[in-house]
Design a binder for this molecule. Structure first.
Ligand code: FES
Length: 397
């Protein structure tokens, strides 16, 4: 983070601390619960938000050597990611070009080639079709016409990025914009090792999962027995960076250092930085490690898939500090899985019983207000139906 940005954030937080306040939106805003239960909207989100934009699909360490591969389903698309024999990172739809079987069923590994189990077609780790299995049956057919369907892929900031639609241009740098690209580069330099990762399915809409990271004033209540002691109650500031966000949440030690010259301390020692990589990934820097949470739509609006990872630093000391990283991972499990995600499952059940038509997003939920407005604009900025669904008219309250 550049020094002037750091200074500005410290000044904002110090002002809020002195006023015993937090960042506030202009108004509370009504928010339709249909955004969490409408099947049509769910389909449009999957098509518009998840299939045409760069998504975090994995971690660079998973594809560190030629031949490394990972398979996973992302927003309903089976994806095979590889580092090919020449070192190029690639992504493919993991579907055989013969008659549609899954090509690679292993979750991860290292391979020169993949052989479809149905009829034996073989593909190189560069996606090239190498054999028809029964060549005589395909006289006159060219292998090169049956390569795996390629998806745009790139490694940047320790993450593997993929667009789920073939043929699209991918530039993660321009997707992030200069500020965010520069700030993530700093963390990626220090945190690229995957200590642990987990993929789970939950009974709540994918946006509810993202929302748990977009405000911090629930921490003193929902997390009072777990992580509340690590945050200064409700004190945060945020900045919208294109469609993305940076939230800076003060830790208790912030109140002790806030009055000292900024040159004497670094913001990451006294604040947690939470980046929303629009639309679905939370990249959270916590002193010396990174937590990554990616939320994907499930089979219906009330289901989502979550992929979580703890990325730790490299180096001999970091390698040996297994117990330290395990403690961090356990804290995540307790606070996020046992508390946040269970609460979101209760919220989704509340939505399904139709107790009310809408929620209200308070002035201290400004990032949630901006997040839902961004989604609405991406889906259909001109649609009256969309405006009705999201209930975003100014002055609603
Ligand atoms: Fe893969 Fe036939 S479907 S070889």
């Amino acid at each position: 983070m550049n020094p002037s940005t750091q200074r500005r954030i410290i000044d904002e937080l110090s002002t809020l601390l002195a006023a015993r306040s937090t960042q506030l939106a202009e108004h509370p805003r009504l928010h339709s619960i249909d955004v969490y239960r409408c099947a049509d909207l769910h389909d449009r989100e999957r098509d518009e938000l998840f299939r045409r934009r760069p998504l975090v699909a994995g971690y660079a360490e998973e594809l560190s050597k030629p031949g490394d591969f990972v398979t996973r389903e992302i927003a309903g698309i089976p994806v095979l990611m590889t580092r090919d024999h020449s070192g190029v990172v690639r992504a493919f739809i993991n579907v055989c070009r013969h008659r549609g079987n899954v090509v690679c069923e292993a979750p991860a590994g290292n391979a020169k080639a993949f052989v479809c189990q149905y009829h034996g077609w073989a593909y190189g780790n560069d996606g090239a079709c190498r054999s028809f299995g029964h060549p005589a049956a395909f006289d006159g057919c060219s292998l090169s016409d049956f390569n795996l369907t390629c998806l745009p892929a790139e490694i940047r900031h320790g993450l593997v990025w993929v667009i789920l639609t073939p043929g699209q241009d991918l530039s993660v740098e321009s997707f992030l914009g200069p500020t965010l690209d520069d700030e993530l580069a700093n963390f990626a330099e220090s945190c690229v090792r995957v200590f642990e990762q987990r993929v789970t399915t939950h009974a709540f809409n994918w946006k509810l999962g993202v929302e748990t990271f977009l405000e911090i004033f629930h921490i003193s209540t929902l997390h009072r027995m777990s992580i509340a002691e690590h945050f200064l109650d409700g004190l945060m500031t945020s900045e919208k960076l294109g469609p993305h966000h940076r939230i800076t949440a003060a830790r208790p030690s912030f109140s002790e250092v806030a009055s000292r010259p900024a040159s004497e301390w670094v913001i990451t020692d006294h604040c947690t930085l939470i980046y929303l990589l629009f639309p679905n990934t939370v990249y959270l820097f916590q002193r010396e490690h990174v937590q990554v949470y990616s939320f994907f739509p499930g089979r219906h609006p009330g289901e989502c898939q979550v992929r979580t990872a703890l990325l730790r630093p490299n180096g001999r000391i970091a390698d040996r500090a297994t117990r330290h990283w395990q403690n961090n991972w356990d804290i995540i499990s307790r606070a996020v899985y046992d508390e946040d995600f269970r609460a979101m499952e209760r919220v989704q059940r509340g939505i399904s019983v139709g107790a009310s038509d809408g929620f209200i997003l308070g002035r201290n939920e400004s990032v949630l207000q901006e997040y839902h407005e961004e989604i609405r604009q991406c889906l259909d900025p001109l649609s009256a139906a969309s405006a009705r669904l999201f209930g975003v008219r100014d002055g609603d309250i």
